[in-house]
Design a protein around this ligand. Structure first.
Ligand SMILES: *Cc1c(COP(=O)(O)O)cnc(C)c1O
Length: 361
């Protein structure tokens, strides 16, 4: 606030450079934006995806993943998840590839990296772009490679609930610097120079509008938060990992289904800890369970109802929940427990006690 510069400027540049270094990239390979939704939209545009194209993605994701595909005029094509990983099933992808398919958009669900070797092999053989939705996966790695650096583009969210937050915010990573300069331009109205450079000490510089862009820029106020968030990313990850493992130990004897342990070749982002409440096994439905947790003052969430459950996609794309049975079943049973690094040990034990009691009733 005291610097006198609130818009896109030196702090955004510093945050970009620090995020790039965190990912082992050069500053020319990243661009900060104001959400992951914007990051996905601009990545699809920069990949040349347009009207009539198809993009393959997962049904178990936040609506922004599919909406970004629709906003460039393309059609999202769903491939069901592998129920063990809850990520897109690589063995099913090729069945959905057509002459119109232009990209694969995997989501590293809950922070567990997708099967990227298989996905990149398919993309290479079919000449498809790979855009990684890394909204849950800031800290995740796959066989030593950082999430967001394996595909052509990686998209990150700094929304309030995410592992690193700027309140609202996002980042695009790209293997090549050229699409990043396009993303940068499209994030600020399609203008050739950003405002910070326009009003620099060297004097006023004219800008030109060279394509039809958007208002997707991150501002220095957001980046100033992000710089400090990034400094504690490892500490917060360690804490969430400890809470995740405590839940895993404490809840394993209950009739709920706990997440699988991450395999040794990945580093899990520990963004979500999700239980499956199967009414036949647990004696109560997921929604009744959620009500009991709420009654104990414990905030729980659903990540996610499968995309084909939503009326918009049913009406406009003809999707039906039976099209992706694994995602639909999980969407109807899943519940996410609190996983904030700010939870105390006592609070974690209180969550565990409430889960045990809800199931005992
Ligand atoms: C949060 C989220 C998004 C959207 O992020 P915003 O920064 O809120 O636009 C996209 N995809 C997934 C998987 C998410 O969880």
């Amino acid at each position: 606030m005291q610097s006198g510069w609130l818009g896109t400027g030196p702090r955004v540049a510093a945050f970009e450079a620090q995020f790039a270094a965190f990912k082992g990239l050069a500053p020319e390979q990243v661009a900060a934006v104001n959400s992951c939704s914007a990051a996905l939209h601009l990545s699809l545009l920069a990949a040349g995806i347009e009207q009539g194209d198809e993009v393959i993605t997962t049904p178990l994701t936040f609506c922004a993943t599919a909406n970004a595909i629709l906003h460039v005029g393309a059609t999202p094509v769903l491939v069901d998840i592998d129920p063990l990983t809850m990520n897109i099933d690589p063995a099913e992808i090729e069945k959905k590839i057509t002459s119109r398919t232009k990209a694969l958009l995997p989501v590293h669900f809950a922070g567990l990296p997708c099967a990227m070797d298989e996905i990149i092999d398919i993309a290479t053989r079919h000449r498809l772009n790979v855009i990684e939705d890394c909204a849950h996966a800031v800290e995740a790695t796959y066989r030593g490679r950082a999430a967001g650096t394996m595909g052509d583009f990686g998209c990150f969210s700094f929304y309030a609930t995410k592992n690193v937050t700027t309140g609202e915010g996002g980042m695009v990573l790209a293997r090549d610097p050229e699409p990043i300069s396009r993303v940068r331009r499209m994030a600020l109205h399609g203008m050739t120079r950003d405002a910070w450079k326009r009003f620099s000490a060297d004097g006023y510089k004219h800008y030109q509008v060279v394509e039809l862009g958007f208002k997707y820029n991150m501002m220095d106020l957001q980046a100033a938060i992000g710089i400090h968030q990034l400094k504690r990313v490892e500490r917060a990850w360690e804490r969430r990992k400890a809470i995740w493992q405590r839940y895993q130990t404490a809840l394993s004897g209950l009739p709920v289904i706990c997440p699988n342990e991450p395999p040794v070749h990945v580093r899990h982002g520990y963004h979500l800890y999700t239980l499956l409440i199967d009414e036949a096994r647990c004696g109560i439905s997921r929604d009744v369970f959620m009500g009991q947790m709420a009654a104990q003052g414990i905030g729980v969430g659903v990540h996610y109802l499968a995309l084909p459950e939503h009326p918009y996609y049913q009406q406009h794309l003809g999707w039906h929940p039976d099209d992706t049975p694994y995602a639909t079943a999980i969407g109807r049973q899943t519940v996410s427990l609190p996983l904030s690094p700010g939870l105390t040990d006592d609070e974690v034990e209180r969550v565990i006690k409430a889960v045990v009691e809800a199931l005992a009733n």
